[in-house]
Design a protein around this ligand. Structure first.
Ligand SMILES: Nc1nc2c(ncn2[C@@H]2O[C@H](COP(=O)(O)OP(=O)(O)O)[C@@H](O)[C@H]2O)c(=O)[nH]1
Ligand SMILES: [Mg+2]
Length: 214
């Protein structure tokens, strides 16, 4: 069964803790091109994962309410490193390089996905993964294997459907039901539908993150 996390549910339990993380106090920390360069930190780490162009950097900016924080790009395949952000001294966010960009050369693709794979296999303590999927597209092979990997790894994750402004409300509802059928989400996975364009669903997500972390 899928839990679609809604603001009403989360808010009623966590109205106090929701104020305890100031997401606007998010700053760029560093860029890492190899696993060795990834920072060691005691903060709970939240990883943004998903195919290139799905909206990871846009979401990072929305979480921080700062358009200039993470570089977004209309051309997929731009980010080749893990970009780290620290929020209010309480959370470490890792914006992973996007996987599965079709136009990248084989060598570049392999390098990207190696960094992704290495990242999850490096023994880093990951508190939560935000697994992003474009609401309009059917999940790729890589999207499916990511979910399978997460299900087997025991790492908690939220499923975040992006670009919901591109569809009508009804289409979004239909797609969510369809995706719940075709994708093997964990039983307790929280599912969110967001739009960076319309700034919709962001507060619901940050409230759930706060609830998770605190
Ligand atoms: N319409 C719409 N466009 C979005 C949304 N989120 C991201 N984009 C656009 O999609 C492109 C890729 O976004 P980006 O955040 O760089 O994706 P990343 O490669 O996963 O980091 C950019 O042109 C964004 O402006 C959204 O919710 N709605
Ligand atoms: Mg990006």
């Amino acid at each position: 069964m899928i839990t679609i996390c809604r603001f009403e549910i989360i808010k009623s339990n966590n109205i106090i803790s929701a104020m305890d993380i100031n997401y606007r106090k998010t700053r760029f920390l560093k860029v890492a091109a190899t696993i060795e360069q990834c920072p060691k930190s005691d903060l709970p780490e939240i990883v943004l994962s998903g195919r290139s162009n799905v909206g990871k950097s846009s979401l990072m900016n929305d979480i921080a309410d700062n358009k200039k924080l993470a570089r977004t790009s209309a051309n997929p395949g731009k980010t080749r490193e893990v970009v780290y952000f620290e929020t209010d001294g309480k959370i470490l966010f890792a914006d992973l390089p996007g996987y599965g960009y079709a136009k990248a050369s084989k060598e570049v693709k392999e390098r990207f996905s190696k960094l992704c794979d290495d990242y999850f296999r490096s023994g880093r303590k990951i508190s939560l993964v935000l697994n992003l999927l474009d609401i309009r597209h059917d999940p790729s092979e890589h999207d499916r294997s990511m979910i399978e990997f997460l299900n087997n790894s025991g790492i908690p994750y939220f499923v975040v459907f992006t670009k919901c402004d591109k569809l009508s409300r009804m289409q979004v509802g239909n797609r969510l039901r369809e995706m719940a059928r075709v994708l093997d989400f964990a039983e307790d996975a929280c599912v969110f539908a967001i739009s960076s364009e319309k700034k919709a669903g962001i507060t619901e997500l940050t409230d759930a993150i706060t609830d998770f972390v605190l």
